[in-house]
Write a protein that binds this ligand. Structure first.
Ligand code: UD1
Ligand code: CA
Length: 454
């Protein structure tokens, strides 16, 4: 089969989304709209992918930097036909056909793109369209057929007659077109239409005028052709994709007690026998190991190993949590937190850039920042690592089997040795040797009570 080439249209501003951010960069289930499209094409092994950029070109280029794609600039956004034309030089001398897809169509499936591509190539067609039958076709280009049922035109909503607006078959915004037809034809198109744009879709009428018949693949799905133009479309797409994601994880052995009450971004992975209670939000590059139970919490860019329990109202961001750990309720784990196996973090504990060794516990009301804590350490209620002197952050080191009494302040830099006990209420400012009992608090004195005023 011919080399697979694709052009992705991503230069438009997306006026209808009313945003300072280019439309194709808006996240959908945590991933920019455009990346969903590029992921499909990469997965389908398109060898050369051209992304047409224009509005906020620099931001779009940066966003796709990790993909093996070539960005082509459309300096003025004069319509989808004009956008495709920008790839003409890059493709000069290339034979065969090219897939063209809107960068705002993130729900198209691999199967649909493959069917479209194969429909075109099996019959050696010139132009093949992806169409869909929608109950509500508002806003889409309508597929107009002649008396014999052959496609003869695509009419944009803005240009359509009332009769054409009643058509339910729409242009889904993906096409395969023979290169020897595409660029010569695009060069002849005008912008005599309501939007004063050069429409890619006008190649259909141009082909028919030349006696070339139009082929098509109609997807049976009513949701995957969704093009994102507005915030409402974005929310609709989010709902559709969430449903796919949630169904996918349930099929892989995850218990989701109320599938409508969790949010799982597209980049998250989840092991078997995980239980998700209502109110769980999983974001970014997060992995949840098998057998883990999550009560309502938000977890982002974190790795949780097996059989972890996270109780209600925790926020976990950038943490690495080993097996059999329990966290929460009401814990805040910030980037750089490492909890080793069987450690416990309880209520109202905040941890940042710190390691809590295997079997260690910080169960109540603590702040632990920039600390390296060994195994089987007990951090008493209300312990605080005073890691910041107003200018710099300093390290606290607590070795294995130490016991930090409640209400202790560890003024960093400070090192507490193996097996040491710190008396409750201490303010520790000096290193404490191993196997020591350290008490650093004012001695309690008892003074005679002042007599009451008469
Ligand atoms: C387009 C189709 C319409 C189809 C719908 C499917 C045209 C003329 N119309 O309409 O038939 O039903 O998609 O969702 O193609 N873009 C550029 N440069 C431009 C203009 C647009 O790169 O100058 C990009 C946009 O960033 C977007 C894509 O092309 O990703 C489609 O543009 P958009 O304005 O959203 O077209 P629609 O009106 O939705
Ligand atoms: Ca669109």
């Amino acid at each position: 089969m011919a080399e697979k080439i694709a052009i992705v249209l991503a230069a438009g501003e997306g006026k209808r989304i009313k945003s300072d951010v280019a439309k194709v960069l808006h996240p959908l289930c945590g991933v920019p709209i455009l990346h969903h499209v590029l992921n499909r094409l990469t997965h389908l092994r398109f060898a050369r992918i051209f992304v047409i950029v224009g509005h906020q070109a620099q931001q779009v280029r940066e966003s796709v930097a990790l993909y093996d794609v070539t960005c082509v600039l459309q300096s003025e956004q004069r319509g989808t036909g004009h956008a495709v034309l920008q790839a003409q030089n890059a493709l000069s001398g290339v034979n065969g056909s090219v897939l063209i897809v809107n960068g705002d169509a993130p729900l198209l499936s691999d199967e649909t793109i493959m069917h479209l591509w194969e429909t075109h190539h099996l019959k050696k067609e010139t132009v093949t369209l992806l169409t869909a039958l929608l109950p509500s076709a508002a806003g889409y280009g309508r597929i107009i057929r002649d008396d014999n049922g052959n496609i003869c035109n695509v009419v944009e909503s803005a240009d359509a007659t009332p009769e054409e607006l009643r058509v339910h078959e729409i242009n889904a915004g993906a096409y395969v077109v023979d290169l020897s037809f595409l660029f010569p034809t695009l060069s002849t198109l005008t912008s005599h239409n309501q939007q004063n744009e050069i429409y890619l879709t006008d190649i259909v009428r141009a082909a028919v005028q030349k006696g070339i018949s139009i082929s098509y693949y109609q997807t049976p799905s009513t949701s995957e052709s969704l093009g994102i133009n507005s915030r409402r479309d974005l929310a609709r797409a989010e709902a559709v994709l969430q449903q796919h994601i949630v169904d996918g994880w349930m099929d892989k052995g995850v218990t989701i007690i109320d599938p409508n009450a969790v949010r799982i971004e597209a980049t998250v992975t989840i092991g078997r026998d995980v239980v998700l209670y209502p109110g769980v939000i999983l974001e970014g590059h997060t992995h949840i190991g098998s057998g883990t139970v999550l009560y309502p919490c938000r977890i982002r860019d974190s790795h949780l190993a097996e059989r972890v329990v996270v109780r209600d109202s925790c926020v976990i961001d950038g943490a690495d949590i080993a097996s059999d750990v329990s966290v929460g309720p009401f814990a805040h784990l910030r980037p750089g937190t490492q909890l080793h196996s069987k450690s416990h973090v309880g209520n109202f504990v905040e941890i940042k850039k710190s390691k809590l060794g295997a079997g260690s516990k910080a169960n109540h009301l603590s702040y632990i920042g920039d600390a390296d804590i060994g195994k089987n350490v007990n951090i008493g209620a209300g312990t605080i690592t005073c890691n910041y002197d107003g200018i710099q952050k300093h390290q606290t080191r607590i070795d294995d089997d130490a016991f930090i009494g409640s209400g202790t302040q560890l003024v960093a830099p400070v090192h507490v040795g193996v097996g040491t006990v710190i008396g409750a209420g201490s303010t520790v400012t000096k290193d404490v040797p191993p196997q020591t009992l350290a008490i650093a608090r004012a001695r309690q004195t008892h003074l005679p009570k002042r007599p009451k005023r008469p």
